[in-house]
Each structure stands twice: as structure tokens, then as C-alpha cells.
Design a protein around this ligand. Structure first.
Ligand code: FMN
Length: 139
């Protein structure tokens, strides 16, 4: 079985396009080496990330990510096990999401980034996970 973890976090300072590119390059190189796949969404200073792979590798990566000073308020949204990968072709897919796209996906206006950190009864209803799931379908 493969483990997955999904989380949301807030950038700790403004991240330039160049810094974001470097972060992705680093992530993709490491992930290829440790057979991690997943998706990173960047939405108005908020990161939503899904990582999947062998349990040991995913837990190790998440512990590193959780300590990364480039973001804060890291909040786990969901974790569990799957037989197959959702992102088998992506060492780390990336999407910069704009407000109008989020509106189209979620069907309501004025998504505040704070809502992405809210606790929901069921992970299926979580707006951050809905944003992610939508991109799984579109890849
Ligand atoms: C939002 C965000 C997402 C990240 N995603 C990954 C990732 O998917 N894979 C990865 O190896 N590092 C990722 N990192 C970077 C790690 O936190 C860490 O800097 C990197 O794994 C290098 O750690 P090391 O120097 O201990 O090897 C991410 C960092 C941030 C801020």
C-alpha cells in the first residue's frame, strides 16, 4: 500500500517566481530519487500539497517539509493509504491557481485563504482538497 498526505500551509514571506522554480526543481529531483509523486498548488500565498509513495519515504519527506522555514501554519488535511498512485506521472505536478479558477472549481465566490485552513467534518468537503482533486481529474 502507498501512503499519502495532503496539507495546506501559508508562505512565510513573499516567494519570487525564481525561488518557486528552485523549490520545484529541488522537490522534483528529490522525489524522483525516493519515488514520491504528487501535486503542489500555489494559491495566493497558500500551498496545498499532496505527496504519495512508500510510507517511510512520505513520512520522512513530510517531517522535512513541516520544518521548512519557507512556509508556516502547516495543517494536515488528510492522510491514508491507496493501492495505486493518483499522480503516477508526476514527481511533483504544479499549478498556480487564480481566484477565478478556484471559483469555477468550487462554485462559490470570494474564497478566502483562511477557509483553506478550516477544519471540516469530512475531508471530501474540504475546499483545499476539492481544489486538489479537481486537478487530479484534469491531468
Ligand atoms: C511548499 C513546499 C513544498 C515542498 N515540497 C517538497 C517535495 O515535494 N519534495 C522535496 O524533496 N522537498 C520539498 N520541499 C522542500 C523540503 O522542505 C526540503 O527543503 C527539501 O526536501 C530538502 O531537504 P534536505 O536539504 O534536508 O534534503 C518543499 C518545501 C516547501 C516549502
Amino acid at each position: 500500500m502507498l501512503k499519502y498526505i495532503a496539507y495546506v500551509s501559508r508562505q512565510s514571506h513573499i516567494i519570487t517566481d525564481r525561488a518557486l522554480k528552485e523549490l520545484l526543481e529541488e522537490a522534483r529531483n528529490n522525489n524522483t530519487a525516493s519515488a514520491i509523486t504528487g501535486m503542489l498548488i500555489y494559491f495566493h500565498g497558500t500551498f496545498i500539497q499532496y505527496i504519495e509513495g512508500e510510507e517511510e519515504n512520505v513520512d520522512w519527506l513530510y517531517s522535512k517539509i513541516a520544518k521548512d522555514k519557507r512556509h508556516q501554519n502547516i495543517t494536515e488535511l488528510d492522510s491514508g493509504f491507496n493501492k495505486e498512485r493518483a499522480f503516477s506521472d508526476w514527481s511533483m505536478a504544479f499549478k498556480r491557481l487564480h481566484k477565478n479558477e478556484a471559483f469555477e472549481i468550487l462554485g462559490y465566490k470570494d474564497l478566502e485563504t483562511a477557509q483553506l485552513f478550516d477544519n471540516y467534518q469530512s475531508p471530501d468537503e474540504h475546499p483545499a482538497l476539492n481544489l486538489l482533486n479537481n486537478y487530479v481529474k484534469n491531468l
